[in-house]
Design a protein around this ligand. Structure first.
Ligand code: ZN
Length: 309
């Protein structure tokens, strides 16, 4: 099995940290590195293929010119984006539009469905997912009056937790959290509240009207539909199936076969190390298994997050 490996793109953020250096050995650009775009074909961070016959080609170009590697996917652009997020302090309270709204209001961009696997967090860490408003009117007055504590649904988290964030869901990753995010290939975020903090002496832009446009009221907890997550890779355990992606956690202990069938797979090693047909993989490595390749054999002791479009 030949996998495609990529060179990550890093993003420095007001809330970022330096944890990815020690945790994954990444060559991060600064002490405020918030995001590693590990598998991305987005114009704001298009990863380059490393090694093999496509060495040096951007992932967007590979998707355009070698569609056979990506099976039956018909999307006009590479559909997914895998990130690691190091939140040293809180991210803004935000929301993403769906495909329909983004297409209309954001130059044809995709909307953003995303999900989080908690790689690690501080003992008292929390996140924000959803809100407590029961009507759009109530939501608007809570936002305009700054009643954030009352509005936001804050929940404690621990390592290994998983959250699905549908478009229209208010959310925020809070400080002391390391996350693997699987999302649609989109970079559209509406910032609702940024704790009145300053970046280079100025507050970051807010998008209150667009946020209020897209926030779904009331908040409803998404369902996982785990019965749809059957795969030939029986050592996978399902985390999420939705119309944009499916996501699994997998634990390798000894030997397993990996097969892609007619769909390509995005893979991230989140713990341990192993070999795939003799090629070494370790914690912090990300790769794509092309569609319709021969089965591969994994040996070692490792944990993975896998996703498919
Ligand atoms: Zn988000």
């Amino acid at each position: 099995m030949d996998i495609i490996r990529l060179k990550p793109v890093f993003k420095q953020m007001i809330w970022g940290g330096n944890r990815m250096r020690a945790e994954y050995g990444y060559d991060i650009p600064g002490e405020d590195t918030g995001e590693c775009w590990a598998i991305s074909a987005h114009p704001n961070g298009d990863c380059e293929v490393v090694g093999g016959e496509y060495n040096g080609i951007k992932l967007s170009k590979l998707y355009e010119d070698h569609r056979e590697l990506f099976g039956d996917v018909e999307a006009d652009r590479f559909p997914l984006l895998t990130k690691i997020i190091d939140a040293n302090s809180d991210l803004s309270i935000q929301v993403h539009p769906d495909d329909k709204y983004a297409k209309e209001h954001e130059n044809g961009s995709l909307g953003k469905m995303e999900c989080w696997y908690i790689l690690d967090c501080d003992p008292e860490a929390t996140i924000i997912v959803g809100h407590n408003a029961s009507s759009k009117d109530e939501l608007c007055s809570m936002v305009h009056e700054g009643r954030w504590k009352e509005l936001l649904r804050e929940i404690p988290i621990k390592k290994g937790d998983f959250f699905q964030i549908a478009p229209g869901t208010i959310h925020a990753i809070k400080g002391g959290t390391l996350i693997l995010e699987t999302q649609q290939n989109s970079d559209i975020t509406y910032r609702l509240y940024d704790y009145d903090r300053l970046q280079n002496g100025k507050p970051r832009e807010l998008h209150i009207e667009k946020s209020l446009d897209v926030i779904r009221v009331p908040y409803e907890k998404p369902k996982a539909e785990l019965d749809k997550l059957k795969t030939k890779n029986t050592w996978f355990s399902g985390l999420q199936w939705c119309e944009r992606y499916s996501v699994w956690h997998a634990t390798l202990s000894g030997e397993e076969t990996l097969s892609s069938e007619d769909r390509f797979i995005l893979g991230s090693v989140i713990e341990g190390e192993c070999e795939l047909d003799g090629v070494a993989l370790k914690k912090g490595d990300h790769f794509i298994v092309p569609a319709d390749t021969e089965e591969g054999t994994l040996k070692g002791s490792a944990e993975f997050i896998f996703s498919m479009a």
